[in-house]
Structure formats: structure tokens, C-alpha cells
Write a protein that binds this ligand. Structure first.
Ligand code: NG6
Ligand code: CA
Length: 497
């Protein structure tokens, strides 16, 4: 009898222990990061005419932030801010990267390092665009430093962008499928042995360049920079979405038994827009719309994987974009011609490269099944805040000084928000403070000649009240002298901190 009771008690203890264990299990975190996806490109935001049913489902069951920002209006600085929890304009290297050395210092605090310190497995799959190496890179041997040196256990990346060479994937520091008998050479200064380029051999192009993008031709598309060799390693543009998706899915399946952090960094809808034939023509808006439909499908597939693996209750998913939208970013791809009534920037002014709202106000969604309740939040949050917020959620003590702990906001859609945020576009900064935006005077064109985006630059101060004027049409600088002085003081304090 005593024997039986002992058995029963130990059984109960095991049950209790495993229950506590599940409760304490830290959530997996997946950041799904699109490239140049606009606030109005996601139909859950009810701004445009494209349909993104898979993102919408997550947005409508989770928290949809309508005042969520990337740090910058271009890619590398936003990625830098997301992964380091630090303002990119504090680091002079955090500019659009073209074959440059790594922007993140290996000694810096990073999001993946923070997760690793809490025993997470960490991975990046997709676009990196934060530079690699320490100067000249030899693509035929191990490339370092790279993502694995700043906290990612596993990395499967496109080094810069889809429009830049080298057009190869790099897995844990090695060019994937590289044949040692056919070495890969890359240069951003000069061509190799009169190889065909977009300028010299336009007849070889399947997509014509509009501005820039006239160097080496790979898969019928001319890119930024020159490359030679490494034929077997060249990626297939139309298969890129499936390729990254499959890598992300296998990572999840292989790591489902331990907590993981996955940065799924998608290439869409950045140029060149190359939808898989399955998605061609699906949007009626040409390749830009088609690759957004493709990205939405990928997100749906990733979600299904999490569901099948029974991971949804234990995974926090964040969806956002690195900067606002642009139509013509260097290729003739019908983005302008076929846009119809769709409004990628929604009601906001500007787009990619712009200091106006649409440069950095991007889709921003958080979802954790059973934890987040459907909510739309207009509270101010930046991707920089993911560092301290996620750190709190997984009970880590590692924090950075530019990042705010907005964990409650991220999980409940309510609570403390940011008061002030410095916005950045091509090295120029502005201040958002509550409903106000202050843009200091900057030299340069008001509208980009090539992309036709309003850049937000003016020779005098600009002051906007987003509450009454969300589209930033009325400059209140003459009427609101006190407000201008107040914001200028805050702006100077933060940027000189
Ligand atoms: C610009 C490219 C643009 C895009 C951008 C980076 C030209 C003329 N334009 O220099 O096409 O590649 O860099 O985009 O070359 S980002 O989203 O990665 O920041
Ligand atoms: Ca981008």
C-alpha cells in the first residue's frame, strides 16, 4: 500500500513539474521583416486595394499598430536599429550598404545575442544587408565577420539586396553551392574581362533598368556591381521566395523543441521584383503587386508550419517592414503604370527615402495565440523598441539605452508608448513627438528625380500636427512658434545625447 502511494505521489510530482515547466517555457520569437512594404500595402490597414489575406488574418487576430515605425526610410539603417536596439544615425557606417564591411560591431549588443544569453537558438533566413567582412571579401573562403559573429547560430542569407551582386546565398559564412573550380569574383568599381553589362548588352535583359542597376547581368537582370564566376552558386530570382520559405520552415521544424528566435527577412517587394510564375499576374498591378501576394502566401505557409508543429501558443510573431514603399526603384517593371487606385503609402505623405511619415510608418503587427487579443493600437512604437521589449518578455536583463521597454504595448496593444522618436532618411533626421513632427531644414531636392518620392526636405523648418493633418499638408511653423521651440529643444537633446 505504502509502495503504491509512493508511486502515485511521484507520478503527481512529475505531472506538477512538467506543468510548471510548460508554463515557464519561454516563447519562440519570429520577426517577419518585409523589404519596402508600405503601410497601405497590407489590406488589414484598409488603405489600398491589394489583398493580403494571410497577413490580415494575423493582424486581425493580433495587435495591429497604426503608428509603428521603422527607424529609417532605408534598409541597412533600419536593420541595424532593429538588431542592435540603437539609433542608426549614431553610427556613421549605418548607411545603405553596397559590398561594405559589416556595420554591426562584433562587440555590440544585439537582439540575437540577447536571445542566446537566455539559451535560445537563433537564426536569420533572408536578406542581411548589414555588410560582411572587414574590407575586401574573398567569396571563395569563409566570409567573416558576418551574422554568425553577432549572435546568429545559423545564417542563410542574401548578402545585400536582390539588385546587388553577388547574386548568391551565403550559409554560415560560405557561399552556397560554390564550385572551387569556378571561383567567384566581385567588384563594385570595375568590370571583369568585358563581361556583359546592362549598358553594353541591353539585348540580354528580360527586365530593363531605369536608373542605376546597369552592371553585371545575371538571369537576364542587370544589377549594381560586377561579378564573375561562381556559376553554380547563382541564385534563381523567381525561386527566391520559396527558397527562403523552405529554409525558414525547416529551421522551425528542426528547432521546435527548444526556444528559438528566427529573423525571417523577406526580399519582397524590393527591386528587382521577380514573382514565381505561380504569382505572375495575380495582383493585376504588375510584378510589385504580384510579389506582395507571393510574400503574403509565404507568411501564410510559415503560419501553417507553426500550426502543424503546435507552436502557435508558444510563439510571438512580429510582422513589419524595413522602410516605406517606392514604385520605380530602378527597373521598368510597370509598378507606376499599373498601380491603379492602390495607395502603398496609404494616407501618408512620402515613401521610401522620405522624412515624411510614409518613409518609416510601416505595417507593424504582433501576434501570440492565446496571449494577444484582437486590437488596433495607435500608440507610438518603433522597431528600436523591440530590443528592450522582447528582452522583458523573455525575462532577460540585457537592455540598450535607445530602446524602450514597450512589452505591455506589444502584447496588449495598450500601456506605455514612446513619447519621442527620431526618424532618419539618408542620414537626415527629424523628430516625432506625440502628434507633432518637426523636420529641420535640409539642402537637396524636395522630390527625388528618379523615384519621384517626396523626400521631406525643405530649406526651412517644417512642423506638422498629425492629429489634424495626418497627410502633412499644412506647415505650422509660422503659427506654432512655441511648439517649434519646444520640439527643437527635444530634438537637440536626443540627437546630442
Ligand atoms: C539605392 C538603389 C535602389 C535600392 C536602394 C537600397 C540605385 C539607383 N538605387 O541606391 O534601387 O537598391 O539603394 O534599398 O542604385 S534598401 O531598401 O535596401 O535600402
Ligand atoms: Ca528596404
Amino acid at each position: 500500500m505504502i509502495k503504491l502511494n509512493l508511486k502515485f505521489i511521484s507520478f503527481l510530482l512529475i505531472l506538477l513539474f512538467s506543468a510548471c515547466n510548460t508554463e515557464n517555457k519561454k516563447p519562440n520569437v519570429i520577426i517577419i521583416y518585409a523589404d519596402d512594404l508600405g503601410f497601405g500595402d497590407v489590406s488589414a490597414y484598409n488603405q489600398g486595394t491589394l489583398n493580403t489575406p494571410n497577413i490580415d488574418r494575423i493582424a486581425n487576430e493580433g495587435i495591429k499598430f497604426t503608428n509603428g515605425h521603422s527607424s529609417s526610410a532605408t534598409c541597412s539603417p533600419s536593420r541595424y536599429a532593429l538588431l542592435t536596439g540603437s539609433y542608426p544615425w549614431r553610427n556613421s557606417k549605418a548607411k545603405i550598404s553596397t559590398g561594405a564591411s559589416m556595420i554591426i560591431n562584433v562587440d555590440q549588443k544585439t537582439l540575437p545575442k540577447m536571445f542566446k544569453a537566455s539559451n535560445y537558438s537563433t537564426a536569420i533566413v533572408g536578406k542581411w544587408h548589414l555588410g560582411l567582412g572587414n574590407g575586401q571579401i574573398n567569396y571563395n573562403s569563409k566570409i567573416s565577420p558576418g551574422p554568425n559573429d553577432v549572435g546568429f547560430d545559423y545564417s542563410y542569407i542574401m548578402p545585400d539586396t536582390q539588385d546587388r551582386v553577388p547574386t548568391v546565398y551565403i550559409e554560415d559564412g560560405y557561399v552556397k553551392n560554390l564550385d572551387s573550380n569556378d571561383p567567384l569574383y566581385v567588384s563594385f568599381n570595375k568590370n571583369f574581362d568585358n563581361q556583359p553589362t546592362g549598358k553594353t548588352n541591353p539585348e540580354m535583359l528580360t527586365m530593363k533598368w531605369h536608373h542605376g542597376h546597369f552592371n553585371s547581368i545575371i538571369n537576364g537582370i542587370s544589377r549594381i556591381g560586377f561579378m564573375k564566376g561562381g556559376e553554380k552558386a547563382h541564385w534563381s530570382d523567381v525561386d527566391m521566395a520559396d527558397h527562403f520559405l523552405n529554409k525558414a520552415k525547416s529551421y522551425i521544424t528542426q528547432n521546435k523543441d527548444k526556444p528559438f528566435f528566427l529573423f525571417y527577412s523577406m526580399q519582397q517587394p524590393h527591386v528587382p521584383r521577380t514573382p514565381h510564375p505561380r504569382f505572375k499576374g495575380k495582383s493585376g498591378m504588375g510584378p510589385r503587386g504580384d510579389v506582395i501576394i507571393e510574400a503574403d502566401w509565404c507568411i501564410g505557409e510559415l503560419f501553417k508550419t507553426l500550426d502543424n508543429e503546435k507552436l502557435l501558443e508558444n510563439t510571438l510573431i512580429i510582422i513589419s517592414s524595413d522602410n516605406g514603399p517606392v514604385l520605380n526603384d530602378g527597373y521598368y517593371d510597370d509598378a507606376v503604370e499599373k498601380i491603379g487606385n492602390h495607395t502603398p503609402s496609404g494616407i501618408y505623405r512620402g515613401g521610401k527615402y522620405s522624412l515624411f511619415e510614409a518613409g518609416t510608418r510601416v505595417p507593424f503587427i504582433s501576434f501570440w495565440k492565446g496571449v494577444t487579443k484582437p486590437k488596433t493600437s495607435d500608440k507610438l512604437i518603433s522597431q528600436i523598441d523591440l530590443f528592450n521589449s522582447l528582452s522583458s518578455i523573455i525575462e532577460s536583463k540585457i537592455k540598450t539605452s535607445d530602446s524602450y521597454d514597450l512589452s505591455e504595448l506589444l502584447l496588449k496593444g495598450d500601456g506605455k508608448e514612446r513619447e519621442e522618436l527620431i526618424l532618419e532618411a539618408s542620414g537626415k533626421t527629424a523628430l516625432k513627438y506625440h502628434n507633432w513632427v518637426l523636420i529641420p531644414p535640409y539642402k537637396g531636392k524636395a522630390v527625388s528625380t528618379y523615384t519621384n518620392v517626396e523626400l521631406g526636405r525643405s530649406s526651412s523648418f517644417q512642423l506638422y500636427n498629425l492629429k489634424t493633418d495626418p497627410s502633412q499638408k499644412i506647415n505650422l511653423v509660422d503659427q506654432e512658434k512655441e511648439k517649434l521651440a519646444e520640439l527643437l529643444k527635444i530634438y537637440n537633446k536626443v540627437v546630442n545625447d
